[in-house]
Structures are given as structure tokens and as C-alpha cells.
Design a protein around this ligand. Structure first.
Ligand SMILES: Cc1cc2nc3c(=O)[nH]c(=O)nc-3n(C[C@H](O)[C@H](O)[C@H](O)COP(=O)(O)O)c2cc1C
Length: 197
């Protein structure tokens, strides 16, 4: 089994989402000692924001690209290869200012590639990746899950579904900034849910 671990907390492994992700990966490894784990830490190793030059590189035909443009394309394809190789993805997902970390958005901007991870057909968009599951560990200071203010859950489901990955489950650790007791309770419940799942 190949596991791709994506961490996006700006606090590195001190982030609650990263810490829960690490627990989850340890639990998977205990069950599958031969599991291969690839870690993509978007805080330690940030991905450049998508800009005109980078998107221009994507849209330029391979035989027309400059070496700089080819390097941008190669980098994006390397990120996509990590996803393709994974049987299981574990994503640490903090909420910052009502949304996903911008570091994670940059990753998404390099993975959502027309003709590579999705394509448009007469019947609409078609995802080109499959046979993978995603466990999302969502950490929030407040309470959002199940309310209309949680714009992150549908967005993440939409993104993975768009590239063909529909087996996406969420474990929430919420209320982390609502006092020590609430935080401990939320983290314990998230750990239990991850162990069960
Ligand atoms: C810059 C910043 C913005 C935040 N914005 C929100 C927010 O909009 N809603 C919320 O519930 N919590 C918010 N929080 C709290 C985080 O969601 C909480 O600290 C969570 O643990 C972050 O995950 P992490 O510890 O893995 O980084 C914010 C935290 C930071 C540092």
C-alpha cells in the first residue's frame, strides 16, 4: 500500500491537523507494516503560487516550452505522480480565515491539470484518477461542520471528485480555540474516529 501524506498546517508538525495525521499514519503503518509513506509537507516545502508564468508553462505545448517552463511542468507532474502512485491519501486540513491554507491551494493549482488529471467531455468534466481513498483531518478553532459556513468540506470534495477521487471521508477536530477542555475533547474524539475508520 502506498500512502501519500499531505500536511498543510503553517505550524508544521506542531499543528493539530499534522499531529492527528501523524497518529493516523502510525495507525495505518501498524496495520500495514509494508506500507510505503510519502510525505508532502506544504509548509516546510512550499509550492509557488500559480501565476501567469506558471499557468503559461502549463498551456504551452511541450515542444515549444523554454527550459524554465519545462521545469514548471515537470514540477507539477511530479506532484501529480505522487497522487497517482497513492492508494490512500491522508490530508491534514487546517481552517485559516474561513478557508483552506493558501499553501494547499497552490498544491491544488498544480494538480488540477486539464488533460492530465481531468478532461472535459461532451457530458461535462471527467476525472482521470481513481482507485484511491482520501481521509481528510480537518482542524478548526471554531465550529463549522454541518453548517453552511463550512465552505471547505464541499470545496475539498469537489476538487477530489473533479479529478476522479470520490472516496473522501472527513474527520473533524473542531472547537480547538474554545478552551482547554473543549480542545482536549475534540482531539480525543478525532483520534477515536480516526482509529475506527
Ligand atoms: C491565521 C489563522 C486563521 C484562522 N482562522 C480560523 C477560522 O477562520 N475559523 C476557525 O474556526 N479557526 C481559525 N483558526 C484556528 C485554526 O483553525 C486552528 O488553530 C487549527 O488548529 C489550525 O490547524 P493546525 O493547528 O493544524 O494549523 C485560525 C488560525 C490561524 C493561525
Amino acid at each position: 500500500m502506498n500512502i501519500l501524506v499531505i500536511k498543510s498546517s503553517v505550524f508544521g508538525d506542531n499543528g493539530h491537523s499534522s499531529s492527528l495525521v501523524n497518529d493516523q499514519v502510525a495507525a495505518i503503518q501498524a496495520q500495514h507494516p509494508d506500507a510505503q509513506v510519502v510525505v508532502r509537507d506544504l509548509s516546510a516545502d512550499p509550492i509557488p503560487h500559480l501565476d501567469g508564468e506558471r499557468v503559461g508553462a502549463f498551456f504551452t505545448a511541450a515542444d515549444q516550452r523554454t527550459s524554465e517552463q519545462q521545469a514548471v511542468d515537470d514540477f507539477s507532474l511530479a506532484l501529480i505522480d505522487e497522487v497517482k502512485a497513492a492508494d490512500r491519501i491522508v490530508l491534514g486540513l487546517p481552517m485559516y480565515n474561513f478557508g483552506i491554507p493558501s499553501q494547499l491551494k497552490s498544491w491544488i493549482d498544480h494538480v488540477a491539470r486539464a488533460g492530465i488529471t481531468f478532461r472535459y467531455t461532451e457530458n461535462g468534466p471527467q476525472g482521470l484518477l481513481d482507485n484511491k481513498s482520501v481521509t481528510v483531518v480537518a482542524a478548526r478553532g471554531g465550529l463549522y461542520a454541518g453548517t453552511e459556513n463550512d465552505t471547505v468540506t464541499p470545496y475539498i470534495k469537489l476538487f477530489f471528485g473533479f479529478i476522479g477521487i470520490t472516496d473522501v471521508s472527513f474527520v473533524y477536530a473542531e472547537g480547538l480555540n474554545m478552551g482547554d477542555e473543549a480542545q482536549e475533547k475534540a482531539l480525543n474524539e478525532a483520534r477515536e474516529a480516526l482509529q475506527a475508520g
